[in-house]
Design a protein around this ligand. Structure first.
Ligand SMILES: NC(=O)C1=CN([C@@H]2O[C@H](COP(=O)(O)OP(=O)(O)OC[C@H]3O[C@@H](n4cnc5c(N)ncnc54)[C@H](O)[C@@H]3O)[C@@H](O)[C@H]2O)C=CC1
Ligand SMILES: O=C(O)C1=NCCCC1
Length: 226
């Protein structure tokens, strides 16, 4: 691209093809290590700004970051709504803007929804890998929305679970989730039933009240709380 060329638009299908988990995990592990090593890692990532749209129970989040080691300047713009506004519009939508850090030119406008779904799940999986739960036999997912799908995909790809359980406040949605994958997924009638005995627990709901209680969790289990 020349300096004055308009930014390229990169849609969800193209992003999806590029973000295979086996490629994403090592890149994210490096990014996490860079962030954690402070100045040496070369990452500038101010705390995101989250603006509340009280009238609509919604939020607009602005998440800028710069990596001097990779020389990448980008920001994610995210909107999310506590009440689903329609059955076809996802609760979370995002766009990622990529800039040329040397001159500020906008180079690309990318679908950020796929990035959000896959990046979040991949980071949960990386945390699980490094924090090493005692066992990796039973996976429990609380919630059956977009993050439930992406977490199921990467967790069953990276770990040898023998049993997967899902619970959702909407049983039909949990059944649709279970039916959408070829592997066996047990649909549970309560969060407690899904959690008791699980080795890895993923909470991916929009609940503002607790759905998971400590007394259900077996010692040594690992919880990824979104
Ligand atoms: N930390 C991070 O980087 C990210 C966090 N998230 C969070 O992960 C969670 C899930 O996100 P998505 O799957 O994209 O949302 P989604 O809207 O696709 O799915 C939400 C799920 O939560 C359930 N739910 C909604 N209200 C509930 C309630 N009061 N009690 C129990 N269940 C309820 C819905 O039935 C659905 O199964 C959200 O809290 C979201 O904000 C999502 C993306 C990134
Ligand atoms: O994409 C992210 O990062 C999000 N953070 C918190 C709320 C939902 C999405």
């Amino acid at each position: 691209l020349r300096m004055n060329d308009p930014p390229v638009l990169i849609g969800a299908d193209v992003v999806k093809k590029a973000l295979q988990f086996e490629k994403l995990v090592p890149v994210l592990e490096k990014a996490l290590a860079d962030v954690s090593s402070g100045k040496e890692g070369g990452v500038v990532q101010p705390l995101r700004t989250m603006m509340s749209l009280e009238k609509y129970s919604g939020f607009l989040g602005i998440m800028p970051a710069y990596s001097s080691t990779d020389d990448i300047l980008a920001t994610k713009l995210l909107t999310f709504y506590q009440q689903k506004t329609s059955s076809t519009i996802p609760s979370h939508q995002a766009t990622v803007l990529l800039f040329d850090p040397s001159n500020g030119c906008l180079k690309a406008i990318m679908d950020g929804k796929v990035i959000t779904d896959k990046r979040t799940a991949a980071v949960s999986a990386i945390a699980t890998k490094f924090l090493k739960p005692t066992n990796l036999e039973v996976l429990c997912i609380l919630g059956s929305g977009a993050q439930a799908y992406s977490h199921y995909e990467i967790f069953t790809e990276m770990f040898p679970f023998k049993e997967v359980r899902v619970w959702s406040r909407n049983r039909k949605s949990a059944e649709a989730f279970a039916d959408s994958f070829p592997g066996d997924i047990q649909v549970c009638s309560s969060a407690k039933e899904a959690v008791v005995g699980a080795d890895v627990i993923v909470t991916v709901t929009m609940a503002t009240e607790p759905v998971l209680f400590g007394e259900w969790v077996k010692p040594g289990a690992h919880i990824n709380g979104m």
